[in-house]
Design a protein around this ligand. Sequence first.
Ligand SMILES: Cc1cc2nc3c(=O)[nH]c(=O)nc-3n(C[C@H](O)[C@H](O)[C@H](O)COP(=O)(O)O)c2cc1C
Length: 364
Amino acid sequence: MNVAEPEIRPEAAASSPQSRAIQPLAIGPLSVDPPVLQAPMAGYTNYAYRQVVREFGGAGLLATEMIAARSATWLETHRGEHPDRLWGVREEPRPLAVQMWDNDPDNLAAVGRRLAKDFQVSVVDLNFGCPVRQVTEKAHSGSWLLRDPDRVGHIVRRVVEACDGVPVTAKIRLGCADSCRTGVEVAQRIEEAGASCLTVHGRVAAQFFKGEADWSAIAEVKRSVSRLPVVGNGDIDSAEKAVKRLRESGVDGIMVAREALARPWIFSQIAAVLRGEPCPPDPSLAEQYELVMHHYELVCSRFGIERGTLLMRKFACAYAQGLPGARDFRGQVSRVTTREEFLTVMRTTFPGRSPPSTTTSSGQ
Ligand SMILES: Cc1cc2nc3c(=O)[nH]c(=O)nc-3n(C[C@H](O)[C@H](O)[C@H](O)COP(=O)(O)O)c2cc1C
């Protein structure tokens, strides 16, 4: 384990924020335009969600949920089928990044090669940021690996070799904990290993999602590398903030996660503001209602009505976030078990819907 103070390269510092024109993000041969990325989110960013994001437009690169490279054997033995986490990946429009996690360079190289050659994905992304115990303590993967920058470099080099020209990227946090802020050194190993882009979530793993993302630390990581494009991530919840972060931190792109679960149209708003246009308004509540129904049909088309309805509960809750009446809606939708119940709750309590009028006797 080597966590020595790394060198910062001052010449790589960002140019003056106001003068900085926003350029497309180059990930190897891929031009990500606008340089605005939809974050991978386990349990959420499946084909149905990506399709919704794609229909609104504005995201330059979409990403799957993370897949476990240990399922490499599954990929080999079930050539015709796809596990749920690869739903849509073979057919859907590009560009598309698939993220995977593991700590074994051979496993990651084998799955990376399959994704690059067989699935022809645009980008193979490696997860070095996941703070969840199943992945860290139990599998010594995700953010666990940030304590060993050399191992991260070794993994990235093996996957780059295996993917044979398909760009390999990595996503990290600032370190495992405040006592282990290895982000700069990890970024430098990732650059040396031949990665095409690095995303930095501005928290340490021990924080999970607590506190504010540290954008000055993201900017420091950016300044510490010379050629590697860096994407900043953390707490972007509006088009204005996205543009401010892009201009002020010196990063080459930005990534949005949680806010885009509630407002998947945020990418189109960011794209408009980057083009110098006014920020388009959010869809009306009636349009948002239609969107949730559309998302529901997409989910059911893969998982069937029973499982699709259960899965849709969390998406519906996410959509309602911040809307008037959300509390009531969430309380009800998180208990639905059948299509009929889902439709009734949507019709009666989705924000903006009024409860069914109780027919009162008008005989007097
Ligand atoms: C439910 C959920 C699942 C996530 N799953 C992943 C994942 O599979 N891979 C990953 O790299 N990051 C994952 N993240 C982290 C996000 O990609 C992102 O780094 C983090 O949420 C900070 O961005 P935000 O402030 O825009 O939400 C997940 C986050 C959430 C909330």
